[in-house]
Write a protein that binds this ligand. Structure first.
Ligand code: ADP
Ligand code: MG
Ligand code: MG
Length: 883
């Protein structure tokens, strides 16, 4: 067969190695079946067909129809039931399953194969008419929603009215006869909305559902999820068709979801929820509050309803054995779906469980120590970007808290922001620069964009495996779920907790580690970087070749960077030192001076300030290399704007205010990014670079004398395009160095090099390397100048560019390896040919991006430089790149 792969009943056409072809769900169902676990029989239509489906304009060729018939025959053979048979019908589920798990993105239909005849057969064979009619009513509801795309609320409403009319409270109060009546109402609803009767032919039902799954691959919410998670549209989804098992056949039946370890903290304890007498999605949807799997978890939460361990001890023991077997088999923490039908356990899904960064670290380190995986594997298991979650502050335990209520600790970390009650508003406010907390009764896939925009998520309903919890953990957003004592009126924009009212825009804080919800903003503290984090970083450092430095200019940033393991500074942007309230006046005086003498007067005032900056920086980085970039930005960035600022400069410099204003007007540029900036400033006003070089060397000698550990200054000339520019500027720096050395009677080691950030510099790298002693690739500007895209103006079109597949990712976030990467590779090669062993590094945003770091490793650069908080991410990414 070309597209159909069977599983169950002793057959497995595929296995866990086939996830590209069968999707994660299909591959793992086949794998579980092949290792002897109880999996309801079924088959998978491969992802290859997804492309064919779109090529054929949503038609199914005869070949596929024949293969599917064979697949159905396989299920019939194993179960002994026949699809569409009125006496003893086979029912199936139709489930999507892509290569990467996309929680809630694609739609599943359960109980397919029921119609007016087969429902009677199901009632007879099961001996439970209520169960049969409940299954039929669920099927019509799901099918109408997912496949026919009818208004889903009308069905909910009919169900609510049916209960109200009879004075019932729970769905389970409805009798067989009530449900029979409800089914008739549902069918009338379908006919009214769809214009045709509900499909009674089971094969029509099946093909409708299969088409809906393939169709949902191109749904808006699937596209959004793919964009947020870098999943290519070309992968496609598979479709799984599988015999139904029923968790809704009374009190010996149940359905549940479980993790083999705690996905929030990583502890080695089974973790999960189940519901007695329920089907499929009831647990995830948060319709009833689920019960705990283990007694320990139930007791820890102080909950009353029996755990599965207590309510169904025999099946629980069997399940626990399956957990251990799956974990050893897959060598990773598993996320599992199961159903118990009248005391018999069935496995419906397993996959590597999503987990928080904290849990990922603990699980990787524990598994390496248990001998289940190697240390190298542990290093490879951690997504470097996810470390971000751990490196940021948590709530200050000493700060006062105005606790409103407590929910479930669904995704750890703390966040404060304005209360917002719908996802569109969350996105709008976040785009306007506000921090928001998204507060919903429960979330659904339509909320993805709001959850992404929010700092944290709070829900009134739903458990630890609810949509909100799973998605928040995946995104690294703090989340408190199931805070039952809050009531939300989204339309009015208010939430009530006891006698307290929170309105849209009010500040709230959530702590996803404890479940606390607080009014106002609570101050935060830095996290401890010990334990599992430290252990894993030691293993990572053991395999890494690339050095990791930080971009930092203040002593505080430098200190944070060193604590995070930076091995020097890769970029110190000296202009950042100029914005200080006192200094800015002197800087302005320098810029507005009409001649060299005027500039020198101002520079003399700046020299001591600049020197003391470098002293502090060198002290923090004692013994390590520090790359200092001389003044780079266009001068007008420092110009005064307000009258008072002009007056201040005029007074301090003793210059007429009108002269200053005229000079400021002269400095206007049409395209400052390509204007009078970078080394062009040094070429026209060498006294600026001379002052900066002097400050660097005086500071370096001061620290060398004081602490004995001389820093190694690497003086970097920005925006060089020709060897001659660098030659001129190097002469200025060398001359300043010699003057200082003569003055102090002491020499220190230093390098003069350049930032490579123009395409011409890449082309001329050979000549430039004859003068420059190091290259640092300034990939922000190199990306701008190579792509001809201004970063500050790119927001308007780049999203569309990424959506349309013009660039795979934002080239300012992740290096355009294809294009800009070629220039870097060429410059590195030409640079090395001219000066063997020339030091090569990268600074700019890309230095902290794992994919770009992999490129740097492959190109053989010596180091990457990232912002202080990204240093650990870069260390881990560099280790993974080396493995
Ligand atoms: P998702 O990818 O959204 O989790 P699934 O295909 O796993 O969707 O199905 C949704 C729910 O239906 C799950 O709880 C699953 O266990 C349940 N389910 C799917 N197929 C069957 C089946 N054949 N018998 C019983 N329950 C099923
Ligand atoms: Mg599932
Ligand atoms: Mg630059």
């Amino acid at each position: 067969m070309t597209y159909v792969y069977r599983f169950g009943g002793g057959v497995s056409d595929g296995g866990k190695g086939d996830r590209n072809l069968l999707g994660g769900k299909g591959a793992n169902l086949a794998e579980m079946a092949s290792i002897g676990l109880p999996v309801p029989p079924g088959f998978t239509i491969s992802t290859d067909f997804c492309a064919v489906y779109y090529d054929e304009g949503g038609q199914f060729p005869q070949g596929l129809r024949d293969e599917v018939a064979t697949g159905i025959a396989h299920i019939e053979g194993v179960t002994g039931k026949r699809f569409g048979n009125a006496a003893d019908p086979l029912l199936v589920s139709v489930r999507s399953g892509a290569r990467a798990s996309m929680p809630g993105m694609m739609d599943t239909v359960l109980n397919l194969g029921l119609n007016d005849q087969t429902v009677e057969g199901l009632a007879t064979t099961s001996g439970d008419a209520r169960f049969a009619w409940d299954s039929y009513r669920r099927f019509i509801q799901m099918y109408s929603d997912v496949v026919l795309e009818l208004d889903h609320d009308a069905f909910e409403e009919a169900l609510e009215i049916a209960k109200e009319d009879r004075g019932y409270f729970l769905d389970t109060d409805l009798t067989a006869d009530d449900l029979r009546t409800l089914v008739a109402e549902y069918k009338a609803l379908v006919e009214k909305q769809w214009g045709k009767p509900f499909p009674q032919d089971v094969h029509d039902q099946l093909w409708g559902a299969v088409g809906a799954v393939f169709g949902s691959w191109q749904s808006e919410r699937a596209k959004v999820y793919r964009r947020l998670n870098d999943i290519p549209a070309s992968w496609g989804t598979a479709v799984n068709i599988q015999a139904m098992v029923f968790g809704n056949m009374g009190d010996t039946s149940a359905t549940g979801v479980a993790f083999t370890r705690d996905p929030a903290k990583g502890d080695r304890a089974y973790y999960g929820e189940f519901l007695i007498n329920a089907q499929g999605e009831d647990v995830v949807a948060g319709i009833r509050t689920p019960q705990y799997l283990t007694t320990a978890a139930r007791e820890a939460a102080g909950a009353k309803p029996l755990s599965m361990e207590e309510a169904m001890p025999v099946v629980f023991a069997e399940l626990a054995k399956v957990f251990d077997l799956l974990e050893t088999h897959y060598r990773d923490m598993q996320d599992i779906e199961f159903t118990v039908q009248q005391g018999k356990l069935w496995m419906l899904q397993t996959r590597s469980g999503k987990r928080t960064a904290k849990a990922a670290l603990k699980i990787a380190v524990d598994m390496a120590e248990e001998g289940l995986i190697t240390r190298e594997e542990a290093v490879q298991r951690i997504d470097p970007a996810a470390l971000d979650q751990l490196l940021h502050p948590t709530l200050d335990p000493k700060a006062p808290r105005d606790v409103l209520t407590k929910g479930l600790p669904a995704s750890p970390g703390a966040a404060s922001g304005q209360a917002v009650f719908d996802s569109d508003t969350a996105e709008k406010r976040a785009n306007a620069g506000d921090s928001v907390i998204l507060i919903r009764t429960e979330t659904s896939p339509e909320d993805i964009h709001g959850m992404h925009a929010a700092r944290g998520i709070l829900t009134a309903r739903g458990g630890m495996t609810s949509h909100a919890a799973v998605v928040a953990r995946g995104m690294g957003r703090p989340c408190v779920s199931g805070a039952g004592s809050i009531s939300i009126d989204a339309k009015a924009g208010v939430m009530k907790v006891g006698d307290r009212t929170i309105r849209e825009g009010d500040l709230v804080t959530i702590d996803g580690t404890t479940g606390e919800v607080m009014a106002g903003e609570v101050p935060t503290v830095q996290p401890e970087l010990s334990g599992d984090f430290a252990a894993l970083m030691v293993w990572a450092d053991g395999v890494r070749r690339l050095k990791v430095r930080a971009n930092a200019e203040t002593p505080l940033d430098a200190k944070v960077a060193r604590e995070f393991g930076a091995e020097g500074i890769g970029l110190c942007r000296t202009e950042h030192m100029f914005f200080d309230a006192q200094r800015i006046t002197d800087v302005r005086q320098m810029i507005l001076a009409e001649d060299e003498a005027g500039r020198r007067t101002a520079l003399d005032k700046l020299l001591p300030a600049q020197r003391s900056d470098f002293v502090q920086l060198f002290e923090v980085m004692a013994g390590l290399p520090v790359t200092i970039r001389l003044l780079d930005p266009p001068l007008h960035e420092f110009l005064p704007h307000q009258e008072a600022e002009f007056a201040e400069v005029a007074r301090s410099a003793g210059i007429d205010i009108d002269v200053l204003k005229r000079r400021a007007a002269e400095l206007h540029e049409f395209n400052p990014m390509l204007g009078h900036r970078g080394c062009r400033l040094g070429v026209t006003y060498p006294e600026i670079y001379e002052m900066q070089a002097r400050a660097i060397f005086e500071a370096a000698i001061e620290v060398a004398v004081k602490s004995g550990a001389a820093p190694i200054p690497e003086v970097m000339i920005p925006l060089v395009g020709t060897a001659r520019e660098l030659e001129l500027m190097k002469a200025v720096v060398d001359k300043a160095a010699e003057a200082v050395f003569a003055d102090k009677g002491q020499r220190i080691e230093y390098l003069v090099g350049t930032m490579i950030e123009l395409p011409r510099a890449c082309l001329m790298a050979g000549e430039i390397a004859e003068i420059g002693e190091f290259f640092s690739f300034g990939t922000n500007d190199l990306t701008q100048t190579t792509l001809g895209v201004s970063r500050d103006d790119a927001a308007r079109f780049l999203t569309t560019y990424v959506e349309r597949g013009i660039y795979a990712r934002d080239p300012f976030v992740s290096l355009d390896v294809e294009g800009v990467g070629q220039l870097i590779g060429m410059a590195a090669e030409r640079g090395r040919a001219a000066r063997p062993g020339i030091k090569l590094g990268i600074c700019g945003e890309h230095g902290g991006d794992p994919a770009s770091i992999a490129f740097c490793e492959a190109t053989g650069l010596d180091y990457v430089s990232a912002s202080p908080y990204r240093v650990p991410i870069a260390r881990l990414a560099a280790a993974q790149a080396a493995l």
